[in-house]
Write a protein that binds this ligand. Structure first.
Ligand SMILES: [Zn+2]
Length: 185
């Protein structure tokens, strides 16, 4: 019986033995993205799934151990077609998106089926509206890291901030690092 063992290193010529790692290979990369860049990047990437022609928002919920638990973006509920329901911002209530759209933060909360979100952190590309603020507080999320706050001072925004402050939720503005990432898909 002819048994050939290709894995037998002793049979390989000396030239094929891998050289020892250089000093540079042995050190870890130094230009890896930070946790904040990673999670806010994932939030923005999620927002790119939105069909809303005017506003694309993404959210990412992270555990205290820096594990991503859930993600979401603004869109209509399951079964409500993106083509059949309206994306308009003006007109009769029933003819606008406001009657139907679910925001990214609420979607991220509802998408999570793994148990409790108590003590988690939420990264979101736009400061939460008052309706999402209620859901964030009730879900047990303790920290909100937000990017844009373009609606600062509007009644919804002020209501959110009032509730977050009363509930002891930390609201942390995301600090841009200036890094841009291009991903070939
Ligand atoms: Zn909202």
């Amino acid at each position: 019986m002819d048994i050939k063992n290709d894995e037998d290193v002793s049979m390989q010529p000396a030239a094929q033995i891998k050289p020892k790692a250089t000093a540079q290979d042995a050190c870890k990369r130094s230009d890896y993205i930070s946790w904040d860049e990673y999670f806010m990047g994932v939030a923005h990437l999620s927002g790119m799934r939105s069909k809303d022609p005017n506003t694309q928002v993404g959210a990412c919920i992270v555990s205290p151990a820096n594990k991503i638990l859930s993600m979401g973006y603004n869109g209509f509920p399951c079964g409500c077609s993106d083509d059949a329901f309206p994306w308009a911002r003006e007109g009769e209530m029933l003819d606008t998106k406001y009657a139907y759209v679910t925001h990214s933060e609420l979607n991220a909360i509802l998408n999570y089926r793994g148990g409790s979100l108590e003590g988690t952190k939420l990264y979101v590309s736009l400061f939460p509206c008052n309706e999402c603020a209620k859901a964030i507080i009730q879900a047990g999320i303790r920290t909100v890291v937000y990017d844009s706050d373009k609606y600062n001072g509007t009644p919804s925004n002020v209501a959110s901030k009032r509730m977050f402050e009363a509930a002891g939720i930390a609201c942390v503005p995301y600090h841009h690092t200036g890094r841009t990432i291009e991903i070939a898909l």
